[in-house]
Design a binder for this molecule. Structure first.
Ligand code: N01
Length: 580
């Protein structure tokens, strides 16, 4: 029986494990599965009451994945691919959570996961070369390896609006939605934010609320999902070709496959552009950005897609003043592109209002409303769709101390620094899955997770084979990688605006482009080279000198030829800009 119920509390103070994994989302679950395969003893700690990570917490109305279902799933098991069937083109959150629970059941993961347990501290002991991991439940265990599978968008951003404690109604954050759901029927609801979470929830909340007021700081680019049920015929055909689809996806800069036209937009005539944009709009979703090859690299090219999308918004929204307000001014796709079902149409409903807070921010909350520019908007409930402290927020919540008393938050004060987004110098045997400096959020997350886990498991297997006790990123190599990540990011227009990619969605955070934008295949190639070279850029200690080449147990499937047809300018730059 699939169950979301908590597993046994396996952790016992004083126990030593080969590895402790923090988080039981897709990354933590797959890590556990693979480490067991190596014969490691493993303890996973999970703050939530069940598996699924993002999909456990983000239960807001309308939550669904905007990478197509057939590609938003694990690819490590062909049997799993064949036995699981998705019901819609874009899976709704409950179905993805059911899939996560299925994984936990199928691979019997729960017995090594302690749920409702938040890791608070991880401290490296120089003398024993072990990590001590402490939790809010009072556990204190040690481990040779500490693996942070804490997610990239897991630490909710809750702006402290003035008067927030005076508000008498409930305030819900989309990233920590009540499990029992929320019924907004007959209520006046205020939604703050217009990112992906808001775009998905607003149309549904509008169906229930008696009045809906949306507070918009930055208008958002969104493309229709055209979501649909997947027929048995489609599923059968797709499953028959699953291995090819997976292989094609791995060769793509995004780690997922969609039609991509390499032709520059500016080489096309206005009529041809219009035609291709129209066709891409009709296909919908994130692949809209694949209409031409230069859209995220040439501002003039980007202006053409932005103009097309503005016309679409103005064609949908009947009130010209509201339509104008909903038209973004920034680069198309600079912030994470949104994918919606009926978002812009919602503003045609008489009980839905849009309040611009771009120039005059929210002043304060009162007992019964939100004040902007001296005017109070009465609301009974507030939805804070205000996003996350992306990429580093979950690390900040754990006191992580490495060599010589150095804490990770101190080291990352001016922005995260990690070699390949996998490890950080000064923190031996501490790894991060999809950490800053890896493709992570710019690739399909599950593919990015699998590649990291497979690489890590081969690394840890090699350490065991040669008797190494610690592995640590070398500072010079880490510095060179961080510089490379920064340099490549400047090639893309995505680095030009304020977004959670650069951390500036939250005041006071340093501006650093955190994910690696050189493309998934280029990154994978680099990881493979590092491994083939005997873990170049890392220092391994404790082993007798050995030239034994690493045994490739799991990373073989990532050694795919690059799909040169879809090498992006960022990938070209990634090859040009020297690494290490
Ligand atoms: O968060 P966001 P999200 N006053 O940061 C506004 C993934 N995801 O939860 O743009 C007023 O995008 C903020 O304004 P601004 C996906 O990768 C995926 O929606 O900073 N407004 C913005 O409008 C996504 O990108 C799916 O000016 C304030 C909004 O709040 C990521 O998660 C679904 C404010 C936050 O938008 C984050 O999405 C959902 C303030 N003080 C999410 N502070 C899939 O489908 C913030 N805002 C896979």
């Amino acid at each position: 029986m699939t169950t979301e119920a908590a597993g046994m509390r396996a952790a016992k103070t004083g126990t030593h494990f080969d590895a402790v994994v923090v988080g039981a989302g897709f990354a933590g679950m797959y890590m556990l599965h693979r480490l067991r395969g190596l014969g490691f003893s493993v303890q996973v700690f999970e703050a939530g009451g069940g598996v699924g990570g993002t999909w456990y917490w983000n239960r807001y109305p309308g939550a669904r994945c905007d990478v197509e279902s057939m590609q938003y799933s694990f690819s490590f098991s062909e049997e799993l691919d064949q036995e699981w069937s998705w019901s819609e083109k874009y899976s709704p959150q409950p179905e993805i959570l059911a899939y996560a629970n299925h994984i936990a059941d199928r691979f019997e993961l729960r017995r090594d996961i302690a749920f409702d347990t938040r890791v608070t501290k991880a401290t490296f002991d120089e003398s024993t070369r072990r990590w001590t991991i402490e939790t809010d439940c009072g556990d204190e265990v040690t481990a040779q390896f500490c693996i942070m599978a804490v997610g990239c968008l897991s630490s909710p951003n809750r702006p402290r609006f003035e008067g927030i404690d005076d508000f008498k109604g409930p305030i819900y954050h989309t990233g920590e939605w009540p499990h029992e759901g929320v019924d907004f029927t007959g209520l006046r609801v205020g939604v703050i934010g217009t990112g992906s979470s808001a775009i998905q929830s607003i149309p549904i909340i509008a169906q229930q609320a008696s009045e809906l007021t949306v507070f918009q700081r930055t208008a958002t680019w969104s493309v229709p999902a055209w979501n649909e049920a997947l027929t048995p015929e489609y599923l059968k055909a797709a499953k028959a070709n699953y291995p090819e689809l997976r292989a094609k996806a791995r060769a793509r800069p995004t780690g997922f496959y969609f039609p991509f036209n390499m032709k520059p937009a500016l080489d096309a005539s206005p009529e041809e552009r219009e035609k291709l944009y129209e066709e891409a709009w009709e296909r919908g979703g994130l692949p809209f950005l694949g209409a031409f090859g230069d859209l995220l690299f040439e501002k003039a090219a980007n202006d053409t897609i932005a103009e097309f999308a503005r016309k679409k918004i103005k064609g949908i929204v009947k009130d010209p003043a509201i339509a104008e307000l909903l038209c973004p001014e920034n680069v198309f796709g600079c912030k994470r592109l949104c994918v919606d079902t009926g978002y812009f149409e919602t503003y045609n409903l008489p009980h839905v209002k849009l309040v611009d807070v771009s120039k005059k921010p929210i002043e304060r909350f009162t007992a019964g409303g939100i004040v902007v520019d001296g005017r109070e908007y009465p609301v009974d409930a507030i939805v804070s769709a205000t996003g996350f402290a992306a990429m580093t927020g979950s690390f900040d919540k754990i006191a992580i101390t490495g060599r010589n008393g150095l804490t990770l938050s101190e080291k990352w004060r001016a922005g995260p620094r990690a070699y390949l987004g996998l490890a950080s110098a000064g923190f031996p045997n501490l790894f991060m899955i999809t950490g800053p400096g890896s493709p992570s959020v710019l690739a399909s997350m599950i593919q990015a997770i699998e590649q990291h886990v497979d690489w890590l498991v081969d690394c840890l297997g090699h350490m065991r084979d040669i008797g190494a006790t610690t592995i640590e990123a070398r500072l010079e190599d880490e510095d060179a990688w961080v510089e490379h990540v920064n340099e490549v990011s400047t090639v893309s227009l995505r680095s030009t605006c304020s977004s959670w990619y650069v951390g500036t969605n939250i005041p006071g955070r340093p501006r650093v482009f955190m994910p690696y934008i050189g493309g998934f295949p280029i990154y994978v190639q680099k990881c493979n080279e590092v491994m083939s070279g005997g873990f170049e850029g890392f220092v391994l200690e404790g082993a007798a000198a050995t030239n034994k080449p690493p045994e490739v147990r799991y990373t073989e499937r990532w050694r795919v030829p690059l799909d040169i047809e879809v090498i992006s300018p960022a990938a070209v730059a990634a090859r040009r800009v020297p690494v290490v």
